[in-house]
Design a binder for this molecule. Structure first.
Ligand code: 13P
Ligand code: 13P
Ligand code: MG
Ligand code: MG
Ligand code: MG
Ligand code: MG
Length: 374
């Protein structure tokens, strides 16, 4: 068995919230090299999407392994020190815990992991997004594993015809449920259509339910910290081919950009724009939100790749559409649906404005018009 761990955090933006400084990437790569030499990791790669550092690692320690999480935490702490030295923006932003306590889940970093029996050929894609919330993966995961108009294999591949099991987490009441698709697809949609609360955590094959085929990060930073600490900027791992969606079926949902919660100050709806790793540098209104796809083959636990999957020219039109969607949303500025509904905003002046407004509201009379006093 081999474990794939994709762990990410924002430990300081360059410039503002737009990108990661190369020295942070260099530090993470150096540490991963050491960890491979020491035998802790089999392999690892470092990349970024916006201001988030992504570490994709393989090892034999299983999911939620103390040693691997501790390694990732220490790497983020070391990168934070460099971010402080360079006065990068929001140094240590996603490290919400004071110190490591056995697991980075709930401490700020986003984690997607799966322990698998490596197949003869094991293609998989790690997706990372910036300026959005973890529920951003609900729609593409639904399309990949439940929608035959996206995934032809659901209809024409006998190894996929039975469908998939979708595990959904309720981030507010901290509970989970399984949905067996296709039969329970409508029930599933009732929940995952509310992506701010219900998030697809894992996907399993029905005839091999021990083996996860997709795994996503679900941390909601504001729920952990109880205050605004940036957007959650999720990551996920999706395996492909041979009884699973083909690589092209895994990528296809991102050809039709959709709106996600995030963008400027974590408080706006914006289109999730697929882009190449070089272009994952949100700028306009701190966005629009970005998604990158890193394609790998596993070879005895080692990572062959990444290939920059969403950088392909076949996503150029999707980028154009996303930019047009961004124009539409920007026109309405502080009005919904450009601005998120009040309860979903990551920060707000509402309490202060409401205090200042005290005494200025009066009951609406049945007949008399209001009289403006000079
Ligand atoms: P190739 O013949 O190029 O291998 O294509 C196989 C396939 O199934 C593509 O989806
Ligand atoms: P990040 O979560 O990517 O740091 O975004 C924060 C923000 O406020 C962007 O405007
Ligand atoms: Mg940031
Ligand atoms: Mg970010
Ligand atoms: Mg963030
Ligand atoms: Mg081929």
């Amino acid at each position: 068995m081999v474990t794939i761990s994709a762990i990410k955090a924002d430990v300081g933006g360059f410039v503002g919230h737009g990108a990661v400084h190369p020295r942070l990437i260099g530090e993470a790569e150096r540490r991963i090299g050491e960890a491979i030499a020491q035998g802790l990791l089999l392999d690892g790669r470092v990349s970024s999407c916006g201001d988030d550092v992504n570490m994709v690692m393989t090892h034999h320690h299983g999911v939620d392994a103390d040693v691997v999480h501790h390694f990732a935490w220490d790497a983020f702490v070391a990168m934070t020190a460099i971010a402080k030295e360079l006065h990068l923006y929001g140094a240590g932003q996603d490290l919400l815990a004071e110190a490591f306590s056995g697991n980075v889940r709930g401490a700020g970093p986003g984690v997607a992991e799966m322990e698998i029996a490596e197949r003869v050929s094991e293609p998989f894609v790690v997706f990372a997004a910036d300026k959005c919330a973890p529920g951003a993966w609900n729609l593409p995961l639904y399309k990949m594993f439940c929608d035959p108009f996206n995934t032809a294999g659901l209809v024409i591949d006998s190894k996929m015809h039975a469908g998939f099991v979708i595990e959904v987490h309720d981030l507010i009441d901290r509970r989970r449920a399984l949905f067996h698709c296709p039969e329970q697809m409508y029930d599933l949609l009732v929940y995952i259509g509310t992506p701010g609360r219900f998030v697809v955590k894992h996907v399993f094959r029905r005839d091999d339910p021990d083996q996860p085929v997709a795994s996503s990060s679900t941390s909601r930073l504001s729920l952990i910290a109880g205050r605004y600490v940036g957007k959650d900027d999720p990551i996920m791992i999706v395996r492909a081919q041979n009884g699973l969606p083909a690589v092209g079926e895994v990528l296809e949902p991102f050809a039709a950009p959709y709106y996600v919660a995030g963008w400027m100050r974590g408080s706006h709806n914006g289109p999730l724009m697929p882009c190449g790793l070089q272009d994952a540098t949100p700028a306009r209104f701190d966005g629009p939100p970005r998604v990158v796809g890193m394609g790998f083959q596993l070879a005895d636990g080692c990572l062959v790749g990444p290939r920059d999957m969403l950088g392909d020219v076949s996503f150029d039109r999707a980028r154009g559409i996303a930019l047009e969607m961004a124009d539409h949303m920007r026109r309405t500025g502080p009005f919904e649906p450009s601005r998120l509904p009040a309860q979903d905003m990551e920060y707000t002046t509402m309490p202060a404005v409401a205090r200042a407004m005290e005494g200025r509201w009066e009951p609406i009379p049945d007949t008399a018009p209001i009289v403006a006093t000079p």
